[in-house]
Write a protein that binds this ligand. Sequence first.
Ligand code: ATP
Length: 242
Amino acid sequence: MSAPLLSVAGLCVSYGRVEAVRDVSITVAPGAIVTILGPNGAGKTSLLGAVMGVLRSRGTLAFAGAPIERRAVERRVADGMCLVPEKRELFVTMSVEDNLRLGGFRRRASSDYGATLDRMWTLFPRLKERRAQMAGTLSGGERQMLAMARALMSGPKLLMLDEPSLGLAPLIVRDIFRIVAELRDSGVSILLVEQNARAALELADYGYVLENGSVVLEGPAAALRQDERVIAAYLGIRSVAT
Ligand code: ATP
């Protein structure tokens, strides 16, 4: 097995007396999609925030073989980590293209900026059609695409997505998950937090189930899809589309 790209061990995040993440250990192999499932309040967002460095945590974090606990967020971005938060956090009064320019500001002076922008237009043709439109006027699905494209402008090795399907129609979710698979095929590793367990386990290589801040189950996604506890808690209700 190749060395993990991301390795998290014994991670804890607290908000005052609330322990949101307790002794969590996960790894993401290069080129893998790893999903984190779990109910509301399980600690999924806090886990991503700690990995990205926007939240304080205890425990060990290693990226591409190097310890990163003491690295600031900016340094983690420069190293190749990127987080698309659940709220998508776009610059709503700026155009689609200007949002992407900001995502790629580190590259703007370099010659591959134009190539990266072109690649985004290929991955997200809907965004290309709307390149001059104000981000605040995009649909929910288009906003999610723009948030992902903006993150990708920094050329990450690891893309962390917090509930990319939240509030989106099934057809758009399918589109977004197809793009996530394409990104993995192009060599980007993905850490995917999802409420849509069925879709996430179909896409992912490996999964963890987080409950009350702790990992209660983990395994290859194919095995989790067959696990009775996962079926009962997360896959019990079949969606209309299946
Ligand atoms: P959801 O799916 O609802 O987004 P989650 O699994 O991402 O949930 P977190 O958002 O990480 O869970 O929250 C984990 C726990 O930490 C919850 O009990 C939550 O109330 C608490 N928590 C999160 N953020 C804060 C905060 N800023 N201050 C205090 N408690 C917080």
